[in-house]
Design a protein around this ligand. Structure first.
Ligand SMILES: [Cu+2]
Length: 507
């Protein structure tokens, strides 16, 4: 028998096998590409009234300090009737109460940790001494207590609090440890803005989740380098929420408390609304917007004008540009859309005063005062190629000075950048004037892939040679993996000392 028929047979078999493999790989790729996209836009039945976190009770000490109690605890929460999900919370089973204090007030928070493991509480956006910051050096051990105290020395703002321990921040926030911290000042009190908490001034804590039976599913999906992405979104712990409103103007304090997802908020009818505040407080004047993009950790306050009897939906739209490359955009949630919150206007609405033309003079650092430049390259492997090291101080900053930080992302995937203790000015974005949404006080900014921002920061808080503050990516799994660095603020001429691994749980 000639050997050629056998060779032909082998070739035919090889050809068939190769074709099958190519088709299988192609089909899998196509399936992955399509399977990853999530949209609940337009298809949501808004079943539950949106919860509003209670205002935290407080007492005033003899020396005038306002004192709050926060107990970190385990519990269960019925996000869906009859289906208890194990969760963590402050004072309750999930999320935490809204803390509220005024500029000039002394505050103290009595934190107790009844969780089965160590955690911490970081006051995101707050200017305060480094030992009170609640970062990885101020962990509270299981069963421990911690009593940070400081004086509020910054303008009215929507801040928040959440754990910030090295390596487990994502997990602790996902389980439910997050709450708002609102600051007031005389100026904001005088302005004719919606300000009745829970009535025409609503906290909107946005988090994406995924369920596996009754439990949260925190698993990262394939190719989702940004971190955890859920397939449902809740507001203040309520799935598919609606809220009845009875005022002509409603103020929404938007907080992206998700661990990796970036949202582009707007309304289906593309209506204009007014943005009145960024992370660190009021803008100079209301800015008309149709979309507000918030990456994890960022806040924005918006005022929405309601039509009597209408129903409208706060929605998150696909991220159009300036997020990531094609693949990372797709697998990083950039094509997803969600119905976030339905607003149901009463048939008759209480009239609200028109928004003032001018809100405030935002306290922003001046680039002309800058005496030092620093550069930060964002990558999953670490900032400036250095993964976080608790024992290494990356930057030493002199108290009372202003600096310019250039933050660059050439990493292909989206990152953001959060600096503790300060509210900074975005000087430029890729060399251009920042858009209005980035012209106010900021502590966290999205740095899209392929983008570069210059930030101006003024360090006029307290100095402490021993205790560092953090700067990091606020996509929490990136932070946990080491996209974080440490800086200390020292008096002129001072030097940094090696940080002490603090555990304040021994009280
Ligand atoms: Cu990142």
């Amino acid at each position: 028998m000639s050997k050629w028929p056998r060779v032909r047979r082998v070739l035919v078999v090889l050809g068939v096998v190769t074709s099958v493999l190519v088709v299988a790989v192609g089909a899998t790729a196509l399936w992955l590409w399509h399977d990853v996209e999530v949209s609940t836009a337009g298809g949501t039945v808004f079943r539950d009234e949106m919860a509003v976190p209670p205002l935290a009770a407080s007492r005033v000490d003899r020396d005038g300090t306002r004192v709050f109690d926060l107990r970190m605890r385990q519990g269960t929460t019925e996000f869906r009737p009859g289906r208890p999900t194990p969760t963590w919370g402050f004072n309750g089973a999930h999320l935490g109460p809204t803390l509220r204090a005024a500029r000039g007030e002394k505050v103290r928070v009595e934190v107790s940790n009844t969780l089965p493991e160590a955690s911490s509480v970081h006051w995101h956006g707050m200017r305060l001494p480094a030992e009170m910051d609640g970062g990885p050096h101020q962990t509270v051990r299981a069963g421990g207590r911690w009593s940070p105290h400081w004086t509020v020395e910054q303008p009215a703002a929507t801040l928040w609090y959440h754990p910030h321990l090295h390596g487990s921040t994502e997990k602790h926030v996902q389980r439910g440890l997050a709450g708002m911290f609102l600051l007031d000042d005389e100026e904001s009190g005088r302005l004719p803005l919606p300000k009745r908490y829970g009535v025409d001034d609503l906290p909107v804590i946005v988090q994406d989740v995924r369920f596996d039976g009754d439990r949260f599913d925190h698993a990262h999906r394939r190719f989702q380098g940004v971190g955890f992405l859920g397939n449902r979104v809740m507001v203040n712990g309520t799935l598919d929420p609606y809220r009845e409103v009875a005022d002509e103007r409603v103020r929404l304090r938007l907080l992206n408390a998700s661990t990796a997802r970036t949202y582009d908020f707007g309304f289906p009818d593309d209506r204009a609304f007014d943005q009145i505040a960024t992370d660190g407080g009021l803008l100079e004047r209301p800015v008309e917007q149709r979309r507000i993009r918030l990456s994890p950790g960022e806040r924005a306050e918006i005022v929405v004008r309601m039509v009597p009897g209408e129903r409208t939906v706060l929605r998150s739209f696909p991220l159009r540009d300036g997020y990531a490359g094609a693949l990372e955009r797709r697998f990083g949630g950039g094509h997803d859309s969600f119905d976030i919150l339905q607003l149901r206007a009463a048939r008759t609405l209480r009239p609200s005063p028109a928004l003032p033309d001018r809100l405030t003079a935002p306290e922003l650092p001046d680039a002309a005062d800058s005496v030092k430049e620093r550069h930060f390259d964002l990558a999953l492997t670490g900032i400036n190629d250095k993964p976080m090291d608790m024992d290494r101080i990356d930057e030493v900053v002199t108290r009372g000075t202003t600096e310019t930080w250039t933050v660059r992302n050439d990493n292909g995937m989206p990152h953001n950048f959060h600096v503790h203790d300060v509210q900074f000015r975005v000087l430029d974005v890729d060399g251009r004037t920042p858009p209005p949404a980035l012209r106010g006080r900021k502590d966290t900014v999205l740095i899209p892939s392929g983008s570069r921002m210059r930030l101006v920061l003024r360090f006029d808080g307290t100095a402490d040679e021993d205790t560092p503050y953090m700067f990091h990516c606020h996509l929490l799994s990136h932070e946990d993996r080491g996209m974080m660095g440490q800086f200390v603020v020292v008096e002129p001429g001072g030097t940094a000392r090696a940080p002490e691994a603090g555990d304040h749980g021994g009280h």
